[in-house]
Design a protein around this ligand. Structure first.
Ligand code: BGC
Length: 864
């Protein structure tokens, strides 16, 4: 959780900058490019009408300050206006047996194997909307506004709180508790710290992604949380991005699938998920004072993809981010909120602001439904007229005719619909039983233990996300070694336990999570030293250690004549409100922390079986030692959560045959990456972050520019070997038999038309092509493999050389050969046409590749 002090500092900066942004507001709001304009391109008739009214009424309304509540001008980048609001209609589609069943979010279709089942949540939303509308029918305006406005910083027991509506005349409603984090309920006691999002991605295993979501969801429900503030799905655009580890890596398809499964898991437990941070909040520096300038195609194909998949998972809430997008703040960005998210994706849930990311009352017009934590800046508990953009100001804007009541109805309905959608109206739904602001107060902390046996899944995901990068001379798995030495502070406990630094802002022991609001307080943390000793005892192995990284002579000495020397190194990062050793959230470089490179070299100089284990938030430059002949093996363990030691032990000893794959590229030089952190500007500047690399994020850039990475995206070794054969590609029977015109239109190479929910339509996402092939385990041990499907679009499409569009995990016995299928949807085979504002199949031949990584392609074929 963000500590009150650090948040105060953060917010006062944001406030100062916002004031400046407001003074420039008029040109920005009306003249910016796609993503920033209040008049979206390719708009529907509904949106056009709104925008036309906005534009025409801008001049007169903006100058009529007499009708403006006092706070409006302070940070807004929006013009003031009058408009009539019409909510977007619910996307209408019907259930189709087998492929598109009407689904209850508490009971979604199982994780797919061969046949992708696309859940249809529309009927469940319709029921929830009906209940929500009936509920607010008797609410007063103030009560509806209450539903949209947090109670203010520290105003309740949770990170964010919506106050209850008093039970007068049957109107009562218990309010909402919104709590961090994407890897578990935090900061509370008796809860589990799961592996970070980046580890979920590194498993490339949908079953484990779903299960992780489910168990995190159960813990939130058990604590009485209504909205879990995750998953986080910003892309790993810059390798140094401080919060990359909270998310799912550097590929939109992998991130999208991880987001989809995580949300299905979370919501099936009954908690509302919150997809964050929408959108382009990809670095921590200047996060409240930077504009991410992204072209429309890149936005659709890369950065919005995980959010699109989240909507398809029945997502109930989205958190808009701190930054600006093409010169307009994310939380008042009509293009991204109304036009893309609510209209094109057909999102039926609600948008909440990141904490103090609301910039104006008029954000409500641009699509913001809820302001969090409620006040402007660090107002504790008071969201009256002058201290919240919503609250009293929103009421005043309705009363003076600036914002129509129909919009407030829509906001409150969306919020209540999310609550009904997941059955949180059930009397049995747990009450909030913790207090993050006063954890030692027994009267508000019920100490409810929600951990169950979740440690087993934490351990499994920790093992399944570990990537074997190098394994020479059969160094791994360990075979009853005579002796082992563990070297490096990352092998052992921190000096004062696993929670010695507030919000995990620092570490001097093993690294199992990054820092910030996305982190967690450990109930316990099993270190590698503890787990390896326990395992080594079975073989009577002698174990010694050195947890000091800087005594290099001793590190060399203790390594001499040991059967293997295990060197543990790490690299940390987190949210920008905490700076650790000069790393202001983002990493200041891509080298190992605590002198890790020198430590590896000192040990490798003395021991010819040096095995390096890396706990890292993201890529590191490993060039100083990767080719050292005495470095026989490297395991990339990411941030495995509370069972860290057990997870790595299972992989080291071969109890788990490594099946993790890199969710990003590890480069040879930091400068090889396509995008870098942008610094500069003083607190009054809006810094420009130009996404000039466009579609060439991560491996797409290395491929296009012929740059050799050290370890490519999708790479990972196993203790066995796999052989792929018999690739067959076929067009599938259109089982849904809906929207046939759209299908023929697409097949003819025409773009889709934007309507409500057009980008999440069944015909676009149903399986359309089937790729079948065989995977044979040609080695000696049982193991899991992750065959990956890459699409090579024709050069005229403007796509990168190769893009991930499918993966599957398969477990095979030695000598066994299994047939597997990966399906492709029309959406997987489409590009976003900016001129047409629609998805289109590019003209020309489309080639499909099956590989063991993005560069280890084993089978090729052509789309029929
Ligand atoms: C973070 C969010 C978080 C919120 C509430 C913000 O600073 O960006 O991810 O959920 O605080 O703690």
């Amino acid at each position: 959780m963000v500590s009150p002090r650090t948040m105060a500092m953060m917010f006062s900066i944001a406030l100062a900058v916002g004031a400046l942004a407001a003074s420039e507001s008029s040109n920005k709001a009306v003249s910016s490019t796609a993503g920033g304009s209040i008049i979206p391109t390719g708009i529907s008739s509904t949106t056009s009408a709104v925008s036309a009214t906005l534009a025409s009424s801008f001049t007169s309304a903006a100058s009529s300050s007499a009708t403006k509540p006092p706070t409006e001008a302070s940070r807004s980048t929006l013009p003031i206006s009058y408009y009539s609001f019409t909510p977007f209609p619910t996307p209408a589609q019907s259930a189709v047996s087998g492929g598109f069943p009407s689904s209850d979010p508490k009971n979604p279709p199982p994780v797919h194997s061969d046949l992708k089942i696309i859940p249809n949540f529309a009927p469940a939303w319709a029921v929830a909307y009906k209940k929500a509308k009936a509920k607010i029918a008797n609410f007063t305006l103030e009560e509806k506004v209450n539903v949209t406005t947090g109670v203010g910083w520290m105003g309740g027991r949770c990170a964010g709180n919506i106050a209850a509506i008093e039970p007068i005349d049957g109107r009562g409603w218990p309010g909402l508790c919104l709590e961090n984090s994407p890897l578990g309920v935090s900061p509370v006691d008796y809860a589990t710290v799961f592996p970070a999002g980046i580890n979920a991605a590194a498993t490339w295993n949908r079953r484990l992604m779903r299960l992780r979501g489910l168990l995190i969801g159960r813990e939130h429900v058990g604590k009485g949380v209504n909205v879990a503030l995750g998953p986080m799905m910003n892309m790993g655009r810059q390798a140094q991005g401080g919060r990359n580890w909270e998310g799912f890596g550097a590929d939109p398809f992998l991130s999208g699938e991880a987001a989809y499964e995580t949300i299905l898991g979370l919501q099936s437990a009954g908690v509302q998920a919150c997809a964050k941070h929408y959108i382009n909040n990809d670095q921590e520096h200047n996060r409240t004072t930077s504009s991410s300038d992204v072209d429309d195609r890149t936005q659709h194909e890369i950065y919005a993809q995980p959010f699109l998949r989240s909507v398809m998972a029945g997502l109930t809430s989205v958190m808009c981010s701190y930054n600006l997008i093409n010169d307009t703040y994310a939380c008042e960005n009509d293009k991204m909120l109304n036009d893309v998210l609510k209209r094109e994706f057909g999102f039926q849930g609600y948008v909440m602001s990141d904490w103090d990311a609301t910039m104006s009352t008029l954000s409500a017009i641009a699509g913001l439904d809820m302001t969090m934590p409620g006040g402007i800046g660090l107002d504790v508990g008071d969201v009256g007229t002058s201290s919240s953009y919503f609250g009293g100001n929103l009421t005043a804007f309705v009363n003076n005719g600036t914002i129509p009541l129909s919009r407030i109805d829509d906001m409150a309905t969306r919020i209540l619909a999310g609550w009904y959608f997941l059955g949180q109206d059930a009397p049995s739904y747990p009450q909030v039983n913790f207090n993050i602001w006063n954890p030692y107060d027994d009267s508000t902390n019920g100490r409810v233990d929600v951990q169950d046996d979740h440690y087993k899944v934490v351990r499994e995901i920790g093992a399944a996300s570990t990537v074997l990068l190098k394994n020479d001379r059969g160094a791994l798995p360990l075979k009853k070694p005579r002796s082992l030495v563990l070297i490096g502070n990352d092998a052992g406990p921190g000096r004062a336990g696993p929670n010695q630094f507030q919000d995990q802002g620092g570490s001097d022991g093993t690294l199992a999570v990054g820092w910030g609001s996305g982190s967690g307080d450990f109930t316990y943390l099993i270190t590698p030293l503890e787990a390896i000793q326990a395992r080594a005892r079975q073989h009577r192995t002698s174990v010694s250690w050195l947890l000091d990284n800087f005594d290099l002579p001793m590190a060399g000495n203790v390594a001499i004549r040991q059967s293997a020397a295990l060197v543990f190194i790490n690299s940390d990062s987190g949210e920008g409100y905490i700076t650790v050793n000069g790393n202001e959230g983002d990493r200041k470089n891509l080298t190992a922390w605590h002198g890790g490179d020198a430590l590896v070299l000192a040990v490798a100089a003395q021991n010819n079986n040096t095995i390096v284990i890396v706990h890292s938030v993201g890529p590191l430059i490993v060039e100083p030692w990767i080719e050292h002949p005495n470095v026989t093996a490297v395991l990339w363990a990411g941030l495995p959560g509370s069972e860290s030691g057990y997870s790595i032990t299972e992989v080291l000893y071969g109890d788990w045959n490594p099946s993790g794959r890199l969710p990003y590229t590890i480069a040879r030089n930091a400068s090889d990456y396509p995008a870098h952190l942008v610094f500069g500007g003083d607190s009054t500047d809006i810094v420009k972050i130009n996404y000039t690399e466009g579609l060439l994020i991560d491996y797409r850039h290395f491929d296009a520019k012929h740059i050799h990475p050290r370890f490519e995206f999708g790479f990972g070794l196993s203790y066995t070997s796999f052989h792929y054969t018999d690739m067959m590609i076929s067009k599938m029977f259109d089982f849904a038999r809906v929207q046939c015109d759209e299908i023929s239109n697409w097949e003819a190479g025409n773009s889709t038309r934007i309507t409500e929910g057009s980008s999440t339509a069944l015909w676009l996402h149903e399986p359309a092509y089937r790729v079948t092939f065989s995977v044979e385990n040609t080695g000696k041990v049982y193991g899991g493999d992750i065959p990956q499907l890459y699409v090579n679009f024709p050069p005229s499409s403007g796509e990168p050389p190769s893009v991930l569009k499918g993966f599957i995990n398969v477990e095979v016995n030695p000598g066994q050969k299994v047939s597997v299928t990966i399906t492709l949807s029309r959406h997987d085979l489409s590009i976003w046409d900016v001129a047409d504002q629609g998805w289109r199949k590019p003209q020309g031949n489309i080639r499909l590749e099956i590989g063991a990584s993005s560069r280890d392609i084993r089978l090729r074929g052509m789309l029929p």
